[in-house]
Design a protein around this ligand. Sequence first.
Ligand code: G6P
Length: 613
Amino acid sequence: MCGIVGYVGKREAFPILIKGLQRLEYRGYDSAGIALLQEQTINLYKCKGKVADLESFTKGKPTKGSQGIGHTRWATHGVPNDTNAHPHYSASEELVLIHNGIIENYNVLKKGLEKRGYAFRSDTDTEVLIFLIEDIQKQLKTSLEESVRLALNEIVGAYAIVLMSKHEPGKLIAAKKGSPLVIGLGEDEYFLASDATPIVEYTREVVYLEDEEIAVVELGKDLRMRTIADKEIQPYIQELQIELEQLEKGGFDHFMLKEIYEQPRSVRDSMRGRLDVHTGRVSLGGILDYETRFAQAKRVIIVACGTSWHAGLVGEYLFEDLARIPVEVEYASEFRYRNPIIQEGDIVIAISQSGETADTLAAIQLARQKGATIIGICNVVGSSIARATHAGSYTHAGPEIGVASTKAFTAQVTVLTLMALMVGRKKGAIQESKYRALLNELENIPELIAQVLKQDSNVQVISHIYQNARNFLYLGRGYNFPVALEGALKLKEISYIHAEGYPAAEMKHGPIALIDEEMPVVVIATKGDSYEKIVSNVQEVKARGGKIISIVTEGDVEVAAISDHIIEIPETPDPISPLISVIPLQLLSYHIAVLRGCNVDQPRNLAKSVTVE
Ligand code: G6P
């Protein structure tokens, strides 16, 4: 959600900024802009649409300069149009600003500035901030850095900003609260970005800004940092762990397909060094110090959003089944506003692929204030959520670029499975034979995922048949109920077909009324504890003429006989079945979206990293 890039150095800034914005496209946006500084002239270009539109717009126009800022905007205040796109000028047009986040008190500040004669050009909160910074600078005759600091003290809300002045060549000022910002340190050059993806091909040395920190990058000088309370900070330089190849499509048509196909590897990476079937040991290094506290926990509360919330629901089944700990799974956005009860001995698990989701971050902060122990499950190393938790385990799925989450989900479920097994054994809640059997099955899961991927052509045939459906229903029971929700979410997100996920038995209490010959119903009907029950649910759909697409265990005949289409997957014990039953649902949504001509990797209105609430 909104992408920020900045560059100051000796190279041409324009290609670096454009490439950086392209790398950030996955975050989701609806307009883009760029400002370049050359010999005290700012060239600013911005337009609604994609980075490619911005590139065409700048053809034949001056784009020289070795310093600049670029932005992809995901509209919050004001519709997506050329005027509301960033960068924004100050009143005098001497300063330019890009911003990610929401300034909650922008209206009050705007009215104050308007009373003093300022006229705004856009509907954005960002323009208010740059006007305010300049106003302070003029009124108090202070340095630009100090004006930024004073202005940020008046701001309520979230921001990651980068600012440039036509009178201060070689310098960029950045600050962050709530929204992410990272600075890359090169040889006599600096890079700024919302995440490390635009930076990794130039340098591995980075500094992640913390909340309420301001950074000044200036050619020929070391990075300088202060807090908005005016305390000097020593930058903490870290080495980037991602590789450039991980950010490329690697021969696939879309990032989403590449990421679906990466799952045998990403799930293995999530387990690497953590699971030893020979010794029977599961060891998640990041939470070892909390193992006992976990085992004594009276309750686990899982907070997350979107797909991560679905992984959390699988976690509920896992922790209750394997570790016998009561679990509540909460939408982070609801949890944070309903005065939740947190008791001594509660453990909160926060799940987030990006590690930047504003609601999840706020839920963590609230739970921390109330004294809970917070364990994170994040994919992005060094992300805000990873840093805000007491301890945690990274999912190690590698960068996920497709907006619709796939490999991050299976990696999250893998880590949750390992956690539940580790805690269950520590507590003595799980029988040793069951524990050992599950470890063996888990070790083998990457192979099984690879086998399911071989069903791709079968899934494509089914996708052709149902590409024009207007609604879909997804049904599952037990461990596969959250998978039904996830399958429906995937389809909605990228193909814009309305889809609902339901616990199969609950269908009778409402959605059954929707079933007719036009309604495809995807049922996860694999062999397991609730197999007989789900067979009855499939019969209920059949009796009403619904079209049945069943995910069945290899060799199944009973469900196959009453289904219109089947997708076979290998047999696995219930607790780890979500790791393979979700794969055909990911493929189904992908192929339907492609057939409908949708932008699979960047679906409309969605953002990969939701940094506003
Ligand atoms: C957005 C993304 C989803 C993701 C959700 C939670 O809505 O489009 O794919 O599941 O945010 O994000 P997180 O990074 O916290 O897992």
